[in-house]
Design a binder for this molecule. Structure first.
Ligand code: B12
Ligand code: SF4
Length: 441
């Protein structure tokens, strides 16, 4: 939608989103140019689509996070790669494609934030549960496992408020995901701008309910919380990462935001404004030992979060974690590109310091089962009702997570079969889940 917003009017644009449905490409009119975006976990499908169009002689350009982090792999499979943010370079790519002299590689670097166009929401098909909008880019915290600082930079850039409000009005869906990695930022001036944005949104009477990602410092400013609620904020995702924040040094500077805080009190302060809190944790850090699943479930319940989302520590390409694990020979699933399909953060793809493959999956299953047990769900819904918050949303959210648990178990079984088949086809040589000797972390 953003690229479409940057595209001159002489181009006719169609957006295909395979998250919604897969079209019959054979039946589509032949395009003049195909642009593809993909997360790392979607790279294999992106290559299939690219192959289809290249066979028809249509030039294929790929950009986005995976293309930026794995340039060589992507270059082998498409005609042209655009790395970085596209605002500064896309018009040139289009012009050169039009003239038939597309280069193999372009780099957009980091965009001027005022150059971010109004995204073309009108080009999306109907049928989405929620719309999406971006109001800031970049993150100064540079956590070792996250690609955001590597991709969007450490400089926190905020879009002009008038543009954000104008774009919000163009979103059809009543519910909106604000895709910013950290909606409020970390510094005083970031928070002041967030307040101005919320004031403008409330004044525009958007009649939208939105959820966003933010740091736990969201809880530290009553005025900010009150303005966010007035602007339509109904929920916030917060990365707590570990039940032992005092030992969080391995993750990076986010440690400073988390250490020495009363999390229960912070969560409660956010909830008092009728904003749901979804807490995210990671399993598989070097400090994690057997029993970590239970600890996370207990700590998350103690904090009082409405939903819990636990992910396996995953070395994503381009991150500091990737560099470290790679140098220590700890990336277990490394038959690329096919193994990328497991880089969804929902499979253990690395060699973890104190946890075997079976062990870490069992920790995850235990954690989910514990947090989403019926008595705990009922307790959360009751508290939500008692505190006059959103018991119905809490009910739907908790039960849909609980339903996913069955699907997850099936996915883990398939994953283990994949690994066994792989090990067999490699003559039993793929050492998947034993930490190499002599690693000190
Ligand atoms: C919103 C979001 C989601 C939403 C996506 C909703 C949707 N369908 O769009 C949800 C919550 C579903 C989601 C899920 C996941 N996400 Co996510 N998500 C994001 C987030 C926060 C913002 C993405 C975004 O919309 N950015 C706004 C747009 C404008 O930016 P952009 O996509 O980068 O596009 C710009 C450039 O990249 C470039 N560009 C992009 N594509 C193309 C294509 C062409 C042809 C060209 C020329 C240029 C170009 O131009 C654009 C303008 O500058 C990013 C973090 C981030 N800051 O990117 C993580 C991020 C993309 N997610 C990430 C991950 C890992 C996931 C999951 C796999 C993990 C998980 N379990 O949550 C899942 C799985 C998704 C799947 N289906 O496989 C990682 C991806 C890392 C990687 N190497 O792939 C990121 C980077 C976060 C991180 N911690 O590192 N995610
Ligand atoms: S705070 Fe969030 S967005 Fe920023 S680097 Fe850490 S995980 Fe990534």
């Amino acid at each position: 939608m953003v690229l479409a917003g940057l595209t001159p009017p002489e181009w006719e644009i169609a957006i295909v989103d395979e998250n919604l449905s897969t079209p019959n490409y054979e039946a589509m009119p032949r395009p003049d140019l195909v642009g593809i975006t993909a997360f790392t976990s979607q790279a294999n499908r992106a290559y299939e689509v690219a192959t289809h169009f290249r066979r028809l002689g249509v030039p294929v350009v790929m950009g986005g996070i995976h293309a930026t982090m794995c340039i060589d792999e992507v270059m082998e499979r498409v005609d042209s790669v655009v790395t970085g943010e596209a605002e500064g370079i896309w018009p040139q790519v289009l012009e050169e494609a039009h003239q038939g002299c597309l280069k193999r590689r372009y780099d957009g670097g980091l965009a001027e934030i005022s150059d971010v166009p109004i995204a073309r929401h009108d080009l999306l098909a109907a049928g989405y549960a929620c719309g999406a909008i971006q109001t800031t880019r970049g993150c100064p915290l540079n956590c070792s496992f996250c690609s955001v600082t590597a991709f969007n930079g450490a400089h926190y850039r905020q879009r002009p408020i008038a543009d954000v409000v104008r774009e919000f009005k163009l979103i059809r869906e009543k519910h909106v995901l604000v895709v910013d990695d950290n909606l409020i930022g970390t510094r005083r001036e970031h928070i002041d701008r967030a307040k101005d944005l919320f004031r403008a949104m409330a004044q525009a009477n958007l009649r939208k309910q939105w959820v966003a990602q933010a740091g736990i410092n969201f809880a530290d400013d009553e005025e900010l919380l009150s303005l966010a609620a007035k602007a339509g904020c109904s929920g916030v995702f917060i990365g707590f990462e570990t039940p032992s924040p005092e030992r969080l040094l391995e993750l990076g500077s986010k440690f400073n935001l988390l250490k020495g805080r009363d999390f229960r009190d912070s969560v409660r302060r956010i909830q008092r404004h009728n904003i749901l809190v979804a807490g995210s944790f990671i399993i598989g850090l070097d400090i994690d030992e057997p029993g970590i699943g239970k600890r996370i479930a207990e700590v998350a319940s103690q904090y009082g979060v409405d939903n819990l989302n636990v992910l396996f520590l995953t070395p994503l390409p381009g991150t500091r974690l990737w560099d470290r694990m790679n140098s220590e020979n700890r990336i277990a699933l490394d038959a690329f590109p096919q193994d990328w399909k497991y880089y969804t953060l929902t499979f253990p793809v690395a060699r973890y310091k104190h946890l075997s493959l079976e062990g870490i999956i069992d920790e995850m299953i235990f954690c989910d089962r514990h947090f989403y047990s019926l008595p705990r769900i009922l307790h959360r819904i009751w508290s939500s009702f008692w505190q006059r918050r959103k018991p119905m949303i809490s009910l739907v959210g908790n039960f849909s997570y609980r339903n996913n648990l069955r699907l997850n178990r099936k996915a883990y079984a398939d994953f283990k079969s994949y690994l066994k088949a792989e090990v067999r086809s490699n003559g039993g040589s793929r050492e998947v889940f034993t930490l190499p000797e002599g690693i000190s972390v």
